[in-house]
Design a protein around this ligand. Sequence first.
Ligand SMILES: [Fe+2]
Ligand SMILES: [Fe+2]
Length: 279
Amino acid sequence: MSNVLNRLGSLGAQYRDPVATIDWSACDPALPWLPPGVTSLSILDDLAPEIAVRLSQIEFARLCAAGLWLEGLLISRVTANGFLAAKSDEARIMLQEVREESGHGLMFLEMIDRAGLSGVRLLGPTALLTWIAHRLAPDDAAFWAMVYIGESVTDTFALRALRESDSGNPICPVAKQVLTYHHRDEARHIAAARALLDARIAAMRPVSRLVFAGTVRFLLDRFLRATLFSTEASLEALGLDDPAAAARTAARCPVRRQLARDCAAPAMEMIARSGILSR
Ligand SMILES: [Fe+2]
Ligand SMILES: [Fe+2]
């Protein structure tokens, strides 16, 4: 039994439904959904205020789309084998995450709907990462390392937005509640991914370590490109004349690239410290 998992399990025992908890009436249509520090694209400097608000809604909806994608993968992988002979401390954490990630997904769908972006392809290419995720098993250290990276990158982005909104760049109260609610649960999920990773590192085969060490940076780059950069469809939703060219320029935007590096840094530091890359 793991003390860390038991503590996290008791912290997650009381479930609150986010769709019922968020005060949806608190919406302020004049305020952006994300502050400028996490939405700015150098191609779109000096935006009219209403276009800047629209861009922030599109970027927020992308964060929601990234959450939906990651949460769907996590739910499908941890439930795939039906918890046969599972350790109860681990299975309890995974099932708590399944119900919480389902609640997050419903909250994210509400925000995507409110942004008027239902059915819009907000993420970059995800097929390879989805394919790999379906070949990683929750019994493997590499699975939890990937979960840790995915959750840490998106949560670091959200925390940055929350901090900036508290320092003179207010955002729509509903968007802020969604970010705050999600961050509270993710702090536990990230700690659990770390504990589940630690419990599996010793059993990791040398060849698995080599494969992980050889691919993690490549996969991280694909992940950042899929989740943190404007897609052609999202820039089309902004009303740009040539969204394909704008998306290519956005992919090279130095401000965005630095933001992506900053959001990945805490996860990569943990991976380097964890011992998963050694031997
Ligand atoms: Fe989530
Ligand atoms: Fe999570």
